[in-house]
Design a protein around this ligand. Structure first.
Ligand SMILES: [Zn+2]
Length: 273
């Protein structure tokens, strides 16, 4: 008797307004931490929103999103299956401590560009933003990334930069030191979305669109070996390390973005660099 009552109660609960499982079909890989890229999968055909933004969903229900360097302390995922109410899941985002990086002895015109340079700088920033805004269905982003260059890491993600004593934009890339002319290889497949020989800050600059809003940028290159629109495979030689733009020495600055969110490239390839 008690048992059948329990069964009846359970049936009533499941018929009530929350006629939905407590948790949605969802698998997530990655840490809820500033600067992380997270990979997920749910039922194909679902609608997934990260902080309200509709995500591109792959044919197997896969998706990806990034937590910015300065991501607020709470984020949300909303998942809706056809003909079902929405699940809204909230996640705390772990805060990171960033290093302070002081660079001194830079030419003053690089730290505080002359007014005559502002138009050029603004035009180049627009090109960079357009490359980061791409939202294509190429699925290279789901490959396991590899390092684009070999060498000691001399700069890390997120550092607050103080140039000649003045606080500036944070450093979003991971710097890999290497000689001018050393190869830069595609860390994952992609489509070349921007190839620029000489930007004011970043010198020879190359962007790969890995798909689903995820892009890589490679800065300070001495030479670019691919053309805009070209598809490259993981491991292809795409450029040569240089010391162009605002630098103090030869290195590759590799950045990974999810749209305008800056994530830590160093966390993508397996460790053991
Ligand atoms: Zn750098």
């Amino acid at each position: 008797m008690l048992r059948s009552l329990a069964v009846l109660l359970l049936a009533l609960i499941s018929l009530s307004a929350r006629s939905q499982d407590a948790t949605p079909p969802l698998a997530l890989k990655g840490e809820w931490r500033q600067g992380s890229l997270l990979f997920g999968a749910t039922t194909p055909g679902a609608e997934v929103r990260f902080n309200g933004r509709l995500l591109r969903l792959g044919p197997q229900g896969q998706f990806v999103f990034g937590l910015d360097r300065d991501e607020p302390a709470e984020a949300s995922l909303a998942i809706r299956l056809p003909d079902q109410p929405e699940w809204l899941l909230r996640y705390p985002v772990a805060k990171r401590e960033y290093r302070i990086q002081r660079l001194n002895g830079l030419p003053d015109k690089q730290v505080n560009p002359e007014p005559a340079m502002q138009a050029r700088i603004a035009a180049e920033a627009a090109l960079n933003r357009a490359a980061r805004a791409r939202d294509s269905d190429t699925a290279f982003v789901f490959q396991r990334f590899v390092w684009p260059a070999k060498g000691p890491i001399t700069g890390v993600f997120g550092s607050q930069r103080i140039l000649n004593g003045e606080p500036k934009q944070p450093h979003y890339g991971v710097d890999v030191a290497g000689p001018v002319g050393a190869p830069v290889r595609a860390p994952a497949g992609g489509v070349v979305s921007l190839a620029h020989r000489d930007m004011f800050f970043s010198g020879g600059t190359l962007y790969l669109d890995h798909g689903y809003g995820v892009s890589s940028a490679f800065l300070h290159l001495s030479k670019i070996l691919v053309k805009e629109g070209q598809r490259v495979r993981q491991g292809d030689k795409i450029a040569l390390i240089g010391k162009t733009g605002r630098v103090t020495g030869a290195h590759l600055d590799w950045r990974v973005n999810w749209f305008e969110a800056r994530v830590d490239a160093q966390e993508l390839p397996p460790s053991g660099h």
